[in-house]
Design a binder for this molecule. Structure first.
Ligand code: MTE
Length: 340
């Protein structure tokens, strides 16, 4: 998805991330219980980039590793029968440009991210504005485990056991006004904690905070999940702790991470990737094997499962990522080529 990275010569001195921000990559992965040999290729290649910044002394600084907590969940019928992507890959092969544009950057740069205290606000065209604290997020709504397919616009996919609750439950509690037609989402803006927000070079030229949006009926669909965890535990920062969206029938960039604001409004909100390249990334971003990205085919995808990234199998892309029965009616009568 990488669109614009300023040339090195354009970087101002204060934008270079200080060496002290970079932890020992090997140390982090060891503490996460992940051996470098099991890392996907892109994450391994990041190790070389890290070496440029590292002091070269392996034991120089013990790395902090973000502590996740176990979550109790109800089971759900979603996704039984899908084969899981190993947790080590879900934790190390990420897109979270606030922590860098390489697939291995988020795990490396986010381990000291603070999620408590947290404040998630639901505002705008609602009768009952809501503010949720970190504890409310984990306790106020009954949590379910759902195994969903996740399809990135870059044509790779994973199957992830998310933990969370339907966004609809939160929106109903806020009681939308009749005039509310869209829902806008916003990620935390904190350049001190997020190196990609402090530096255009690290953050891929995005104008932060990262913003996303859905139509209200899409947001109310039972599949749309506010996730607080995966693989039985609270979310890791690289996956969007403490709370992120998961919209399994849309390309992954709609699934905004580390959300602080949900705002109901009458008109379609601006969205980050659409603002960057509107011919490539639409507002709808429904997974569709018949509508190619201008620069690559969407007809098939690389499934990240067991084994090395080199051996990941290609499989056909499914319409609405396999959730056609649940969501096709939302788009009845629409031209999905122009509303991409
Ligand atoms: N949310 C924010 N705030 N910043 C991002 O860079 N990347 C998106 C999405 N949410 C992104 C984000 C993209 S492109 C994808 S594919 C998914 O997060 C990746 O989620 P994962 O790293 O947990 O697999």
């Amino acid at each position: 998805m990488l669109i614009r990275v300023p040339k090195k010569s354009e970087i101002k001195e204060h934008e270079l991330t200080p060496q002290s921000v970079y932890h020992s990559r090997r140390d982090i992965l060891k503490k996460l219980g992940i051996m470098t040999a099991t890392l996907p290729f892109a994450a391994q290649s990041q190790a070389n980039i890290f070496d440029i910044f590292s002091s070269g002394e392996d034991n120089a600084e013990p790395a902090t590793v973000f502590q996740r907590s176990p979550l109790i969940t109800n089971s759900s019928p979603y996704g039984s029968g899908l084969s899981l992507t190993p947790e080590s890959k879900v934790l190390t092969y990420n897109n979270f440009y606030e922590f860098g544009t390489g697939k291995g950057d988020p795990v490396e740069n986010s381990q000291s991210f603070r999620v408590d205290p947290w404040k998630l606000e639901v505002t705008g065209l609602v009768n009952n504005p809501i503010t949720l604290s970190y504890d409310d997020l984990l306790k106020q709504f009954p949590l379910e485990e759902r195994l969903y397919r996740m399809r990135c616009v870059e044509a790779w996919s994973m199957n992830v056991p998310w933990i969370g609750f339907s966004l609809a439950a939160l929106l109903k509690a806020a009681d939308p006004l009749g005039s509310a037609k869209y829902v806008a989402f916003e990620t935390l803006h904190d350049p001190k904690q997020m190196p990609g927000q402090a530096s255009q070079f690290v953050g891929g030229g995005i104008d932060y905070p990262y913003v996303e949006g859905l139509r209200l009926d899409e947001a109310m669909n039972p599949l749309t999940l506010l996730s607080v965890g995966l693989y039985g535990q609270t979310l890791a920062p690289q996956n969007g702790a403490p709370v992120r969206l998961v919209v399994p029938w849309k390309y992954g960039f709609k699934s905004i991470k580390s959300i602080v604001k949900i705002h109901l409004l009458e008109s379609q909100p601006a969205t980050t990737w659409n603002l960057l390249a509107r011919h490539e990334y639409g507002f709808y971003a429904n997974v569709n094997p018949q509508v190619d990205h201008p620069r690559w085919s969407q007809g098939s995808e690389r499934f990240i499962g067991e084994g090395s990234i080199f051996s990941s199998r290609r499989q056909p892309t499914l319409m609405f990522n396999g959730y056609e029965d649940e969501v096709a009616s939302l788009y009845k009568g629409m031209d999905l080529r122009s509303s991409y």
